[in-house]
Design a protein around this ligand. Sequence first.
Ligand SMILES: Cc1cc2nc3c(=O)[nH]c(=O)nc-3n(C[C@H](O)[C@H](O)[C@H](O)COP(=O)(O)OP(=O)(O)OC[C@H]3O[C@@H](n4cnc5c(N)ncnc54)[C@H](O)[C@@H]3O)c2cc1C
Length: 289
Amino acid sequence: MKITEFFERKKQTVSFEIFPPKLDTPIETILNKLGDFAQLKPDFISVTYGAGGSKKGRTVEIASKIKNEYGIESLAHFTCVGHSIEEIDDMINKLKNEKIDNILALRGDPPKDMPDFDFSKNVFSYASELIRHIRKRANFCIGAACYPEGHVDSPRIRQDIYYLKQKVNEGVDFLITQLFFDNRIFYDFMDKLLAAGITCPVLPGIMPIFRADQIKRIASMCGASMPAKLVLLLDKYGNTPDMQKAGIEYATNQLKDLLDNGVHGIHINTMNNVEATRTILQNLGLFPG
Ligand SMILES: Cc1cc2nc3c(=O)[nH]c(=O)nc-3n(C[C@H](O)[C@H](O)[C@H](O)COP(=O)(O)OP(=O)(O)OC[C@H]3O[C@@H](n4cnc5c(N)ncnc54)[C@H](O)[C@@H]3O)c2cc1C
């Protein structure tokens, strides 16, 4: 089923993001958790794509199990960076064969050791070109990424939104945001999207904080700013077990405020942590306590 159908039927959706384990870690570490995630009854679960396609087989396998064994819709992330056109078409065919209806179409980041990577030498320089290609080949529901604080490579948010509009016009059905820690940034972004004529559903992506060092690293990589109250929490709890408790509370408050303000749905970056995800849903009254 296409994710767009949820938007038609439901006032607000609940979805999760999980990631495949590293290649030297057995895939069962995540497969064994799928049943527990499914019990939380999300509308769909998205599965990230390892940088450079290293874990592409795992993304398809996990997304397929979510859909075909647990009966939960899945959304397969796919980045085209570094892939030949044959590899891109092969991925499209694999997803079709597994009856996966939803794809998050991404350009991807430069390879780790090549910060000056030249995207013009790529088959597709931007996600918009990948989306145009997928639209011609298959009848997927297509999601794409957006950045409330602007993409890290973009000099100005206005320019980023200009290109986002081009991307949406290629046939994007919905958007998922980069993580953010201050809802005011998201609301301001939504006003900017409306002004630019971008009206498809936008799911805010929220990541609960479990360790201070981990979140500082992730936030600096993706350019997410931290409000003072969050910095104080990170300073207070650091990498202690209390950080997880405070992080769950912070994420709960963010999500509650988003739901109260009428978002199309919430997308929780679970970090593969079932317990924390369950607690957040219970706090929100979305799962029996
Ligand atoms: C919700 C979400 C999920 C993600 N999942 C993954 C994942 O699973 N695996 C992974 O490796 N990465 C993932 N990423 C990270 C993503 O791959 C990177 O942020 C990447 O650098 C950009 O991908 P994109 O699809 O947004 O690119 P694009 O939309 O192509 O944008 C990239 C940059 O190019 C600019 N741009 C776009 N079009 C043009 C144009 N025509 N001319 C000039 N400039 C242009 C944009 O402003 C932006 O700065 C995810 C990000 C988000 C927000």
